[in-house]
Design a protein around this ligand. Structure first.
Ligand SMILES: NC(=O)c1ccc[n+]([C@@H]2O[C@H](COP(=O)([O-])OP(=O)(O)OC[C@H]3O[C@@H](n4cnc5c(N)ncnc54)[C@H](OP(=O)(O)O)[C@@H]3O)[C@@H](O)[C@H]2O)c1
Length: 395
């Protein structure tokens, strides 16, 4: 039924992906407006310790925002190296046990370790914070785990009392088939479900603040026409399609999962906007960036860094979407092509609506302690995802 649309989408997808890769930054369409002051504003950014999200955190804090950066495993080396000279009162709260020792080392002993080795609360011993620059707080967040998402949302709510802006930026790509702690395919869990749950937990304050929620997705969503928690795709073969690049080292595995998770994320952005007109929810493709997501064999690293844009450039479109007054919700912003239609499947409310409802159900099921994965399979069996790992797309 969606075959023609999907074919067209794939054609456009190829062109758009190519455009994103080869266009120099002079062709970038969007830049954050210069005159937006963020003093008194609270922002939440996921994936804040690296890549595009790190650049977003830096820019928001430079404009005076208090930024809560959800960081998974890397401690704050990179944010810290920026924050201290800029006089940002950077805090590292509640990083997990694994990060405890490195955090203390990075912070020159300023961290206080609990007997268990967990950094409970620590602030950088900066000479005197610059009042013009906002604080960056790094909180532990593992989007794969719904418990961690709930804890992160609770800490932000307790510490900040409100959220004016969210940039949903964290992602994984191309990982082998793995299940999350609650039994969801990992790309689906991290890229979509974790962000969905975070937004639901913070929804009361987001609505109250008439917040902006920037959904960072990818043009690669155009390569698939369905998504759902019941999918299992351990490899390219499992979806019955074979493309020549599936055998390249590092690329076999979960790239279809990445595409689907971005369709799920785009559905989520559009549906969140439809249900909550008080919010502004733009969806963004940031460009093809020389970041941790685009892994290439060591020998190709130099070519990659010449061809692809820097994370600072990748942050331009999400920052524009976060700050520019003219930005609209339910709109897809592409770094080089401007405002473009996303795939036909992304506008299909016969699938995005049940997908959103199913995600709500999964969250509630998780809260009540039942098997969320089972809920997901039920959703698939109901026809909005087929759960057997076979793509219905025409690829
Ligand atoms: N890079 C591209 O070419 C490209 C193209 C299109 C769209 N995008 C989109 O742009 C966004 C930013 O990507 P990027 O290029 O900045 O990627 P990146 O450099 O790999 O950064 C991804 C961030 O997500 C975090 N993360 C991964 N798994 C997580 C989890 N379970 N819980 C919490 N955080 C987690 C990572 O934390 P760790 O550092 O701890 O791993 C990292 O900080 C993503 O949404 C991506 O889909 C990127």
């Amino acid at each position: 039924m969606h075959r023609l649309d999907t074919l067209l989408d794939h054609g456009f997808g190829l062109v758009r992906t190519f455009e994103s890769c080869v266009q120099p930054r002079a062709f970038y369409r969007f830049a954050p407006p210069k005159n937006v002051d963020l003093h008194g504003k609270v922002a939440v950014v996921t994936g804040g310790s690296s890549g595009v999200a790190k650049e977003v955190c830096k820019e928001l804090a430079s404009r005076g925002a208090t930024v809560y950066a959800g960081c998974r495993r890397r401690a704050l080396q990179q944010l810290l190296s920026w924050a201290a000279p800029h006089g940002s009162a950077l805090q590292q709260l509640d990083l997990g046990q694994a990060q405890g020792s490195s955090a203390a080392a990075v912070m020159g002993g300023a961290a206080r370790l609990s007997p268990a080795g967990v950094v409970a609360s620590a602030s950088v011993d900066a000479p005197r914070p610059n009042p013009d620059v906002g604080a960056v707080h790094a909180l532990h967040l593992d989007l794969a785990d719904l418990n961690s998402v709930e804890a992160f949302a609770g800490r932000v709510q307790d510490a900040a009392g409100k959220v004016d802006l969210m940039v949903l930026c964290a992602a994984i790509a191309g990982k082998p088939y793995t299940l999350s702690p609650q039994g969801f395919e990992l790309h689906y869990a991290v890229n979509f479900l974790g962000h969905f749950a975070l937004t639901q937990h913070l929804l009361p304050t987001l609505l109250e603040q008439r917040a902006r929620v920037v959904v960072v997705s990818s043009i690669l969503h155009t390569y698939v026409d369905d998504a759902g928690p019941g999918w299992s795709y351990p490899s390219f073969e499992s979806v019955g399609k074979r493309v020549w690049w599936a055998d390249l080292p590092g690329l076999a595995g979960g790239w279809w999962a990445y595409c689907r998770s971005n369709l799920a994320k785009t559905w989520f952005g559009y549906e969140l906007q439809r249900r909550h007109p008080e919010l502004t929810v733009p969806v963004v493709h940031p460009g093809v960036i020389d970041s941790g997501l685009t892994v290439v064999p060591a020998g190709l690293q130099t070519i990659k860094s010449v061809l692809l844009a820097r994370p600072e450039d990748g942050a331009r479109t999400p920052l524009y979407a976060a700050l520019a007054p003219e930005v609209k919700g339910h709109t897809f912003y592409h770094n080089t092509l401007g405002i473009i239609p996303s795939s036909s499947a992304s506008y299909d409310i016969t699938r995005s609506v049940p997908h959103y409802d199913a995600a709500l159900k999964m969250m509630h099921a998780h809260k009540q302690g039942s098997s969320a994965a089972q809920e997901g399979r039920q959703y698939s069996a109901n026809g909005s995802g087929n759960g057997n790992g076979r793509s219905s797309s025409s690829m």
